[in-house]
Ligand binder design. Structure first.
Ligand code: NZQ
Ligand code: ZN
Length: 387
């Protein structure tokens, strides 16, 4: 039975040249901002200069938190909180991919929390108030530009944890597909796999009868399949970049999951890989996904895989159920191959050593997965199969 409350409050400014709205939008919240960005891609492609000029022209004071790592660290977040407190920041503006946006979100939440900021990552209920957040997106992947979540890593404890709060959703996000023209092939591939995984996490749910959401999910999957490779082959193809960018936001902003039972599965498994081996999130997801699909395929799940195979991959519906399901899973892996993503954990430097520990941690809050929940032994089997 579908029952839900709808709220997706982020204002989206989508398209080439939308950066022109930035000063006006910022000024709704104040005149002092913290600019949060990564390792320099925005300096190389000119976006940094463009934004800084706009801020100066409009007398918006800004401070900078640069060098946000892919898989952003709590140590960097703590620095950001300090800068905000010292300078009474009004808005935290992330310019970059999911890592910069996630870092900005937890800086904004940590600002009002008196203890160590890691507490608000470990325990989202400690978040009571959040500074306004906004983003200028440069990589289509995580959907952080339009969702309430943030994922932060603590390398001292090998923990990569998700947190979230309704006020951590960006107030506005600028989505200019031309900013993603410079995203390298491997990150374009990983981003596309990440978007697809977000869709899978809600599509493969135990809730039946969410016809509308399921068809929307299939449309988004087809969008990724249609444009992921194209964006790699033609990095400046606006149509491809634009479709991927919008898919990134819609995949995880809540729309697909309303009314459905949600208990994500491949993400908690992947977060363990990144926490111990610092691998790219989307690569870990693409490696694990087909093994997870094969592992949970049985009489209780096969119909969902048949739906997936027929509606997304166009497989002949007259074939045997398991034939359709297995073909769909193989096609998924073949698509990741086409994008150039490794298919084995050993290819990204992961061996048997820590698999057991990671499997236990992946289910630290109980079984994971909705369509077919799995425990630590199952996770270990999937990890081993993927080695
Ligand atoms: O750091 P810079 O120099 O900017 O370079 C980045 C980084 O090296 C580069 N890049 C970004 N935009 C670029 C560009 N290079 C050239 N041109 C551009 N326009 O790409 C690299 C990866 O950036 P990053 O922000 O780390 O990637 P992504 O957007 O995939 O974010 C990954 C992080 O988000 C988390 C992941 O776990 C991971 O930590 N996630 C966040 C979620 C959320 N908030 O809802 C959900 C996701 O499932 C995910 O867990
Ligand atoms: Zn993800």
């Amino acid at each position: 039975m579908l029952n839900f409350n709808y709220s997706i409050p982020t204002k989206i400014f989508f398209g080439k040249g939308q950066i022109s709205v930035l000063p006006d939008q910022i000024q709704k919240y104040g005149s002092k901002i913290l600019l949060v960005y990564g390792g320099g891609s925005i300096k190389r492609n000119g976006l940094y200069d463009d934004i800084v000029n706009k801020l100066k022209e409009n007398s918006i004071d800004f401070w900078e938190l640069s060098g946000v790592e892919p898989n952003p660290r709590i140590t960097t977040v703590r620095k950001g909180v300090e800068i905000c407190r010292e300078n009474k920041i009004d808005l935290v503006l992330a310019v970059g991919g999911g890592s910069s946006i996630d870092c900005a979100k937890v800086v904004a939440a940590g600002y009002f929390y008196e203890g160590d900021t890691w507490d608000v990552v470990k325990n989202p209920s400690k978040i009571s108030k959040v500074l306004p957040i906004a983003s200028v997106l440069t990589l289509a992947a995580t959907g952080s530009e339009m969702d309430v979540f943030a994922v932060i890593t603590n390398m001292d404890t090998n923990e990569k944890l998700g947190t979230g709060h309704e006020d951590m959703v960006p107030r506005f996000s600028i989505l200019d597909p031309t900013y993603t023209f410079t995203v390298p092939a491997n990150q374009t591939a990983a981003g596309t796999a990440d978007i697809m995984s977000h869709i899978f996490e809600t599509y493969f749910s135990s809730t039946k009868g969410a016809f509308l959401q399921d068809r929307m999910a299939e449309a988004l999957l087809k969008t990724c399949i249609n444009y992921g490779k194209k964006a790699i082959d033609e990095p400046e193809n606006y149509e491809a970049r634009a479709n991927l960018m919008w898919a990134s936001s819609l995949a995880i902003n809540g729309l697909l999951g309303y009314g459905k039972h949600k208990n994500w599965c491949v993400h908690p498994m992947e977060h363990e890989l990144s926490a111990y081996y610092d691998i790219t999130h989307g690569v870990g997801l693409a490696i694990l996904t087909p093994y997870w699909m094969k592992y949970i395929l049985d009489d209780s799940t096969v119909d969902k895989f048949v739906e997936f195979g027929i509606n997304v991959w166009g497989i002949d519906s007259n074939k045997d159920k398991y034939d359709v399901a297995n073909t769909a899973i193989n096609r998924t892996r073949e698509y990741f191959d086409l994008l150039g993503i490794p298919s084995k954990l050993s290819e990204v430097g992961i061996d048997e050593d820590k698999l057991e520990k990671m499997a236990k941690q992946a289910v630290r809050k109980g079984k994971i997965g909705s369509l077919k929940p799995i425990d630590d032994k199952d996770v270990l089997n999937i990890f081993k199969a993927a080695l």
